[in-house]
Design a protein around this ligand. Structure first.
Ligand SMILES: Nc1ncnc2c1ncn2[C@@H]1O[C@H](COP(=O)(O)OP(=O)(O)OP(=O)(O)O)[C@@H](O)[C@H]1O
Ligand SMILES: [Mg+2]
Length: 398
């Protein structure tokens, strides 16, 4: 074994990425895509962006909206990375896995069973994501706001207790921005082609028709493979270009352009698209996606945060304390301008003065890591294999 024989493994499975590392470390050893490529019976845990896929290749994501839907597949992925990257075997290590507060009993009990019967770990615990994120920021009371790939959520934690009844969540997160980018780039759609379909990057293609004419595309993979590769391309465009406007946007505005060279060699020049792609996070209904446009009562990011503050059953001083301790994290929170916009929206919505602590690293994973390494103080969270054999699913507490 390596990594000083480890002292436990901590895993934070997300819909987009999974963070894996050693209990007690300040950062995960690896952050990997949660998606798995399956061709025949063999799963592949690194999905290359170039090269033709085998004809039967499909891409599966075992985490859907933050909930583990395919525990067996996720567990194969964890075993692979724990063995390759940490150099230890899961069956020899205490295991901590983070879960969202909206996790289902079904998913939790499948996980518990697989952890002991499939992975054969000796001892296991679940850690609630908002709780450990607040813990990592040394805040027993905090409103934890996560903006990830497929979910945005706001969850109050009061004196170390998750207030699940006041949680609010929406599907308007990173994937939603990607859909809007694709929609905004309709004029260039023939050039929005993932790397794996492009033979060689073409040079000197200044006009769109020239790029389209010169392009020779390789065969398209299965829908799941193609959509995965397309979403990675849109992700990259988003990271380079998307920006959140400081105040609610009413329509297209150009405040500086950015160019992005597509795998085909064609360079996109992005102006209004930069703001129009991120604005729907705050106004999900006001920017049309045709039939995919969310319903009129759909809430934007600032609204779910505000609603969570309104829903929490606590005295006004606790609500004030939550508003001044907003812990914001998740990949999509890295879009420039998002933090300022959230603060300014919240100020215009209520007399409360909000204060947002933006955590740009991995506060859920790191909080769980600290939690796991201090676990002698929280023994009641751990479940041993023997307890599982004796008491089964009755061990699962809400
Ligand atoms: N620098 C960045 N700028 C903009 N978006 C980013 C950046 N880095 C990551 N993202 C986006 O963040 C999202 C992934 O965030 P994160 O890894 O927190 O999600 P997750 O925890 O796996 O998913 P979820 O919380 O929805 O289950 C993706 O949509 C990704 O494109
Ligand atoms: Mg997440």
């Amino acid at each position: 074994m390596t990594h000083e024989d480890a002292s436990g493994v901590v895993i934070e499975p997300g819909s987009y990425s999974t963070r894996i590392g050693v209990a007690g470390d300040v950062a995960p050893l690896c952050v990997v895509s949660s998606s798995v490529l399956k061709s025949g019976d063999t799963p592949q845990f690194h999905i290359p962006v170039s090269g033709s896929p085998p004809p039967d290749a499909e891409v599966w994501t075992p985490v859907v909206d933050g909930v583990l839907e395919d525990v067996e597949l996720a567990a194969m992925q964890w075993e692979h990375f724990v063995s390759k990257q940490i150099g230890v075997e899961l069956r020899e290590q205490p295991l901590t896995i983070t879960e969202e507060p909206w996790n289902t009993n079904h998913s939790r009990s499948k996980l518990l069973q697989h952890v002991f019967e499939g992975l054969e770990v000796p001892i296991f615990q679940l850690a609630k994501s908002p709780l450990v994120a607040a813990f990592e920021c040394s805040k027993p009371t905090a409103l934890v706001v996560s903006v990830g790939g497929s979910v945005a959520s706001a969850v109050p934690v009061v004196e170390g207790v998750v207030r699940s009844k006041a949680l609010t969540r929406t599907p308007f997160a990173g994937d939603f921005v990607d859909i809007h980018i694709l929609n905004q780039l309709d004029h260039a759609k023939d050039n929005i082609v993932p790397q794996y379909q492009v033979d060689a990057r073409l040079h000197g293609l200044e006009t769109l028709p020239a790029a389209q004419e010169a392009m020779k595309l390789k065969a398209r993979g299965s829908d799941s493979f193609h959509n995965f590769q397309l979403s990675r391309l849109l992700d990259n465009i988003k990271r380079v270009c998307s920006v959140v406007n400081p105040v609610p946007l009413k329509g297209p505005e150009i405040k500086g352009t950015k160019s992005y060279q597509l795998p085909t060699g064609y360079s996109l020049l992005l102006g209004p698209e930069r703001y129009l792609s991120a604005e729907p996070l705050f106004q999900p209904t006001n920017f049309s996606l045709g039939t995919q446009t969310p319903g009129p009562n759909s809430l934007g990011l600032s609204e779910i945060v505000y609603q969570s503050l309104q829903k929490v059953d606590a005295p006004p001083e606790v609500v004030n304390s939550l508003a001044s301790n907003i812990v914001l994290h998740g990949g999509t929170s890295l879009i420039p301008g998002l933090v300022k916009r959230l603060e300014s929206d919240l100020m215009s919505m209520s007399p409360i003065v909000p204060k947002v602590y933006h955590s740009t690293k991995h506060p859920v994973w790191t909080g769980a890591s600290v939690f796991a390494s201090l676990s002698e103080f929280h023994e009641s969270n751990w479940i041993t294999k023997q307890q599982f054999e004796e008491q089964g699913e009755r061990l699962l507490k809400e």
